[in-house]
Structure formats: structure tokens, C-alpha cells
Design a protein around this ligand. Structure first.
Ligand SMILES: [Mn+2]
Length: 343
């Protein structure tokens, strides 16, 4: 059955650039898929892998998108690299393009066009990366058994508004009714379950990647890890509510935790408090990881975080208006908080 798909409005990239990348694929292609570490990230990698048969898959955090990764990829000697759900710098993509053809499929706000002779950069806003990958690649072969994961990524990234027809069709396929903002039922349980399993296996995310099949069900081996993380998230929310500071009208809290639950926890907190800007900092050794949320979009989290870390060494931040993340050296934390008072 052919599914209804809403057409993305590409901010950067063109069908010609994408087609040219695809035309260069042969049976001698060595293709590596690189993607982010959340539900949209793993979804993008699965779609690329299912459509184009990746020889290797890398699920990477932003702190890992650096020259070390460039060298790891170079050593694998791929002919093609497909990167999804990661907002990238020109410098990084240029380095990769010296030894492979590169396709980037992303939905983060990009400040510049990365398209070049050996780089196809497909960027659209308002869609998750998994949907964009599926939109581009679903004609290659029938990978429709993965559509439920595409729908999960749309839900996870709060990007269902622009793909209503697609969502309704996916829910119908499972005998369910789609209502916007759905936060219950089988799709939602899969979104939270996969998200939590990825947090549990942060040191070995391929465990989650390999466990996920195209069956519309939470893999048995991931159920208990996901439940443990869910308990950690609930505890984090309780501690946030007890320990948060109000700084310049925003809510701020910093903590240390074994698992990376901050971004899920602050997303849940922000949906309960949509008019409040919420920031949560997780201190991990000498790195501070920050997540910022503002669900009513009265301020731009992408811009706010970039201002807060401006000029810090080994620091980066980016994302979207309602949600952004970043990292910086922990010894800059007091400066970070001082700036938060004044920005
Ligand atoms: Mn995403």
C-alpha cells in the first residue's frame, strides 16, 4: 500500500543534488551511516541502512562529532557516508568529503548551505530527520515495514503537525486513531521505551540498534533497561522540582547522574510548564551538558544557548527554537550562570 507522504519544503538541497549522490552508488559502494543518539537518530540510521544497506552504523553524540570521528571514518575507507539528524559544521563535512561522497539529511537550523561537489545537503525544517530520510529513500526499495519507526521519530521530535496525513495512515495501519500530541498508547510507549533503552546503553548504543527489528513491538531485551531509566527520569523530575533555581524568570537546575536522563526529564518538565524556559545541566566529569526547553517559543533556545557558551573553549550548542542542547567545560559553569542572569 502506498502511503500518503507530505512533501518537505527543502531549505537547502535539491532533488538534483540528492539524485547525483544516489547515481554514484554502485555494487562496490562502501557506505557508512552516521546518526544521532536519540529516537530520531536511530530511526534515521535504520531507514538509511534498510534502503541502502550500510556497511557500518555509527550513533554519535555531538561531543563525538569531531576530528577523532573524521579519522575513524577515514580509516574505514568508505566510498559514501550518509549522516542524519546531526547539525554539522562546514569544516567537518569538508574533511569527510575529501575521502567519501557525503549525503546529509537533517532538520536542525542550519546557518549555511553545505552543498558542494561531493556533498549533498538536504535540510528542511518542521520534519524529523527520520521522516526526511524515509521521504527521500522509500522509492529505492520497499522499506514500508519500518514506517512505524518513522512515525515514532515524528512523535519523539514533536514534528507531527507537518505530516498529519502520514501519521493518520500509520495509526490506522495499527488499528489506532491518531490524535495530535498523543502521549499514550502503543506508539508513545515505543517512543519512550526506545528513548530510555538508548539512555541505558549510552556506552553501547548498537545493542539497541541491533535489537530493533521492523516488528511493531518493543524488543524483549530492551524492556527492563527501559524500565530502569524510566524510574531514573521520574526521580530526576522530582529532584528538579525540589532543587530548581529561578534565574531571570527561567528555571535552572544542575545535577550529577549515572545515566543521561536530563534531556528527556527537561522535555517532560517543559511540557507541564510550557510558558517557562527550563534549563538543566548534567555534570559529567569535567564537561557540563545542558538542555534548554521553551515550549511556547517565547524565546529561542538555539540562540540562548549559543549566547551562553559564546567564546568558551571546547564548547558547542545548537538545536531548535523550543529545544536545544550543548556542552562546555565545567569550570565555565559560574560564568554560564552569570550570563543567564543578564541575557
Ligand atoms: Mn531529530
Amino acid at each position: 500500500m502506498r502511503v500518503v507522504m507530505e512533501q518537505p519544503l527543502w531549505k537547502y538541497g535539491s532533488q538534483e543534488g540528492f539524485d547525483s549522490f544516489c547515481a554514484s552508488l554502485t555494487n562496490r559502494t562502501k557506505l557508512i551511516a552516521v546518526s544521532h543518539t536519540d529516537v530520531d537518530g536511530i530511526g534515521g540510521a535504520k531507514i538509511v541502512d534498510a534502503a541502502l544497506q550500510a556497511d557500518a552504523v555509527y550513533l554519535m553524540d555531538y561531543t563525538e562529532v569531531n576530528d577523532v570521528l573524521v579519522e575513524r571514518l577515514r580509516n574505514e575507507a568508505p566510498s559514501h557516508i550518509v549522516i542524519s539528524d546531526l547539525g554539522l559544521k562546514r569544516d567537518f563535512v569538508e574533511k569527510l568529503s575529501t575521502f567519501a561522497r557525503v549525503l546529509v539529511i537533517d532538520h536542525h537550523q542550519a546557518s549555511e548551505d553545505l552543498n558542494a561537489e561531493r556533498v549533498a545537503f538536504m535540510n528542511a525544517q518542521g520534519f524529523c530527520a527520520t521522516y526526511l530520510a524515509y521521504f527521500l529513500l522509500h522509492d529505492f526499495k520497499d522499506i514500508s515495514s519500518w514506517e512505524w519507526l518513522v512515525a515514532c521519530a515524528c512523535i519523539a521530535d514533536v514534528a507531527t503537525n507537518s505530516v498529519q496525513g502520514f501519521m493518520v495512515a500509520q495509526f490506522q495501519k495499527e488499528g489506532l486513531a491518531f490524535s495530535n500530541g498523543v502521549k499514550q498508547g502503543t506508539f508513545w510507549e515505543l517512543v519512550t521505551g526506545i528513548n530510555n533503552a538508548l539512555i541505558y546503553y549510552a556506552e553501547d548504543r548498537m545493542q539497541v540498534y541491533r535489537a530493533l527489528t521492523s516488528d511493531f513491538v518493543m524488543p524483549h531485551s530492551l524492556v527492563e533497561p527501559a524500565r530502569l531509566i524510566e524510574a531514573d527520569i521520574q526521580e530526576c523530575i522530582t529532584r528538579f522540582n525540589q532543587g530548581k533555581e529561578e534565574i531571570n524568570g527561567r528555571w535552572y537546575w544542575e545535577f550529577v547522574s549515572q545515566y543521561r536522563v536530563k534531556s528527556t526529564a527537561v522535555t517532560m518538565i517543559s511540557f507541564l510548564n510550557p510558558t517557562r524556559t527550563c534549563l538543566i545541566v548534567n555534570i559529567d566529569g569535567d564537561v557540563a551538558h545542558v538542555s534548554a526547553r521553551c515550549q511556547d517559543r517565547h524565546e529561542d533556545m538555539n540562540i540562548l544557548l549559543k549566547k551562553l557558551i559564546e567564546g568558551f573553549p571546547d564548547a558547542d550548542a545548537g538545536g531548535h527554537i523550543p529545544a536545544a542542547g550543548g556542552h562546555f567545560p565545567v569550570d565555565r559553569l559560574s560564568e554560564f550562570k552569570k550570563r543567564l542572569e543578564n541575557v
